[in-house]
Design a protein around this ligand. Sequence first.
Ligand code: ARG
Length: 462
Amino acid sequence: MTDTTSNQMWGGRFSAGPDAIMEAINASIGFDRRMAAQDIAGSRAHAAMLAATGVITDSDAEAIGKGLLTVLSEIETGTFAFSTALEDIHMNVEARLKEIVGEPAGRLHTGRSRNDQVATDFKLWVRDQLDAAETGLIALIRALLGQAEAGAGWVMPGFTHLQTAQPVTWGHHMMAYVEMFGRDLSRVRDARVRMNESPLGAAALAGTSFPIDREMTATALGFDRPAANSLDAVSDRDFALEFLGVASICAIHLSRFAEELVIWSSAQFRFVTLSDRFSTGSSIMPQKKNPDAAELIRAKVGRIFGANTALMMVMKGLPLAYSKDMQEDKEQVFDAADNWMLALAAMEGMVRDMTANRDSLAAAAGSGFSTATDLADWLVRVLGLPFRDAHHVTGSLVAKAEARGCDLPDLTLADMQSVHPDITAGVFDVLGVENSVNSRMSYGGTAPARVREQIARWRQAL
Ligand code: ARG
């Protein structure tokens, strides 16, 4: 809809309203209405401060504060009529406030601008999402700890190049993801500390001549302090970029784990069984149980990293201070945040519900010559061979077993001695996968005792 009259908020010098296309490209109300609660919180803090500093009267501030709560409840109950002609959430709220309280509403915008207003609203919104991400990550870490505890000592194959490498424990594998999501958690917390400065009162770009108290509004909104430079305050979107960066790295971790779950739940692997609650069926193949949640989580990194790239490009090369380009920040962040939270919740549910198949894991752990390194280490430790020679001897034994179609523990002592005469029966002790994992007691190693220490450390930390 095109207004034939000029904009009621800034149209004083205009004799005509905007073209329909102008209105379409300019308006952000279609998406920035999601910041309504933050906008109203910011305005209430600003109005209270204007009264405390004597810029407006107490009775005006009181009318504004009350009226804003009415606006908020209208928005929350869905009775608020959003207007595209009023461009954005800031002007929609203020225009409605004017209808409700009349003249005092016109005093609210004293000593501020939409530039510091939008920066404040958006920061508050992103801050809430960092808090939600913190909660989601802690829940996911707890679910992983539950899996790790249940199978701390269960053996499974460890892979490099997705080829069987050495036996590891299920608990150790789960705890690797605890470390990854733990770093994501610390990045979320760091980002929150760094971003928590208030832009409010930077006004359009230069500050204001009114005797405002920026400490007061900062405190009221839960910020640690006011941002120190007004030009920077209105044009900084680092907090959004950092949010997307943290989200992107976390989404990569989620996608790696999701990929493993897709592989592990296949009939060929059978390492895990996903619950019915987190699987779907096929409309044609009755036997199918598909890991759709894992696949979608794996895909989410695409749009999250896409948002990160998009906002990086929006911000690149922008001169100080505010430019309308920055209005393009919100949809990217909203979409990334929604999908990040959804992916965290879906992963948490899937991990909590899934069953690790101990027998399949154990059977796979012993295949693929997974204890070849243990054999080589034995040759070094017991026979005193240099590691390179031990590696060679072991390689010959692997070739022998492969030719015979058996695993290393299935070779006879005579087979062993045909490759190196000094080998004794004691070698068979290290060829068992249980012995293999139990021996890996170095700090950070896969031995169940080490894994349990790490689980205890994380339980303590949370
Ligand atoms: N809707 C705008 C945005 O999201 C609000 C700030 C507009 N400021 C201005 N000077 N036009 O960035």
